[in-house]
Ligand binder design. Structure first.
Ligand code: ADP
Length: 393
């Protein structure tokens, strides 16, 4: 049966029409609000369909690239890049290659840095991520660019300042330490009062501590600017661990450091001085964070081309919420503020271990002591004893 079309009364028709009109108005208003927000944000925004059609680009995007991007909505992103964007970039091929990768790996979210060379040099941070519809289908990829030129400049100034200050401090501290040692040697030949002997010893100890802090700051600035190069050779890790354990033992009478090492050498390829630094950092921490003294053990083993070092103390331990942060720069757990330190040691330690393609983790319980676990491949895949490891971290 064919239904007769419903005939609306004039009043009903007017109501429906009015409702439709008000919905359209509300929709237009919402769209204009959204456009106002997107057009007035400080970030450049691209929204690109899976077939690379530009679905949206805002005004700021054009400003950041120093070009006019009006009229590009609906065009293919690759054409717009080739015609207008490539010539603006400092490393155009790299820029294109990375975008190709991201558009091929649709599920990937990435934060990268890109540099625009013209009309003025600008460093942009790009956040790029897939956008999905409610039903889970891929709607496109969003790219959000923010100008980080000034932030990077400030970071560079800070690194330069850090490096300069550390260098300048090093000379006077070295000289204080040298004279303190000279005075101590003289005091052994021509005895001085107990008070003077304690003063000489304190100056020497504090100058050594200051030297260590300055060295950490220098290493940090080298690491941040990619200048921490490794001097690689074949070395016996067992020897490195034994030497550092003996050295740290000399600094304390309250702790007993014992070593458990397999018979024979543990050959590996790495930077001997830096690995010594790793072991020294971990052992001095074991001493420093065991204020009541106690045993400290260093246990070495080797299997499947990997050396493992366990450094265990029975000190104050680390709270669960702090464990996730102790390898971060400048992090110091609560309750250790009274002991001196910059919170750089473990950050450097981790970076050095990672440069050797190894890993470092910690197992700890508050009040129950800590075990730091370092693993190192005996032959890092990217390094041979003849090479200098000069890759930036
Ligand atoms: P610093 O010792 O100068 O504070 P580190 O980077 O060496 O810096 O260590 C970061 C923090 O990790 C320390 O402040 C301390 O809270 C914690 N920590 C490191 N080693 C130990 C340890 N063996 N036992 C307990 N806490 C530790």
């Amino acid at each position: 049966m064919i239904r007769k079309p419903e005939i609306l009364e004039p009043t009903e028709r007017a109501v429906t029409h009015a409702a439709l009109e008000s919905s359209l108005l509300a929709l237009a208003e919402a769209q204009s609000t959204l456009a106002a927000v997107l057009e007035n944000t400080n970030n450049g925004i691209f929204f690109v369909a899976p077939d690379l059609t530009i679905l949206y680009v805002n005004r700021r995007m054009g400003e950041l690239f120093g070009i006019d991007l009006r009229g590009t909505i609906g065009r293919r992103k690759t054409d717009v890049i080739n015609e207008r964007i490539m010539c603006q970039m400092e490393h155009p091929e790299e820029f294109l290659e990375r975008l190709r990768y991201l558009y091929r790996h649709t599920e990937e979210t990435a934060v990268d840095e890109v540099v625009v060379a013209r009309p003025t040099r600008r460093v942009l941070e790009r956040y790029s991520a897939p956008v999905y519809k409610d039903d889970g289908a891929l709607q496109g990829r969003i790219e959000v660019y923010s100008d980080v030129t000034e932030v990077r400049e400030l970071q560079r100034n800070k690194d330069e300042f850090l490096s300069l200050v550390s260098h300048e401090l090093r000379t006077p501290v070295t000289s204080i330490k040298g004279y303190a040692q000279l005075l101590r040697r003289r005091a052994r030949q021509h005895p001085v009062s107990d008070q003077t002997a304690v003063a000489y010893e304190t100056i020497d100890r504090q100058a050594t501590r200051m030297q260590e802090l300055i060295d950490s700051l220098l290493d940090l600035s080298r690491l941040e600017s990619g200048r921490l190069h490794l001097q690689v050779s074949e070395l016996d890790f067992s020897d490195v661990a034994t030497r550092t354990a003996e050295m740290v033992q000399m600094t304390t009478d309250d702790h007993a450091i014992t070593l458990s090492v397999p018979a024979g050498p543990l050959w590996m390829v790495g930077d001997e001085r830096r690995l010594e630094q790793v072991m020294t950092n971990l052992l001095t921490n074991a001493v420093r964070y065991s204020p009541n003294g106690g045993p400290i053990t260093v246990a070495l083993s080797k299997s499947d081309g990997t050396i493992t070092a366990l450094i265990t103390d029975r000190g104050m331990g680390i709270a669960p919420d702090a464990i996730d942060h102790i390898f971060e720069r400048f992090y110091r757990a609560q309750g250790v503020a009274e002991s001196s330190g910059l919170g750089i040691g473990l950050y450097l330690t981790k970076r050095i271990v990672e440069r050797h393609e190894g890993s470092i983790t910690v197992d700890s319980r508050i009040g129950g002591g800590s075990t730091f676990i370092v693993t190192l491949p005996v032959q890092p895949s990217n390094v041979s004893a003849e090479d200098e490891m000069v890759r930036t971290p």
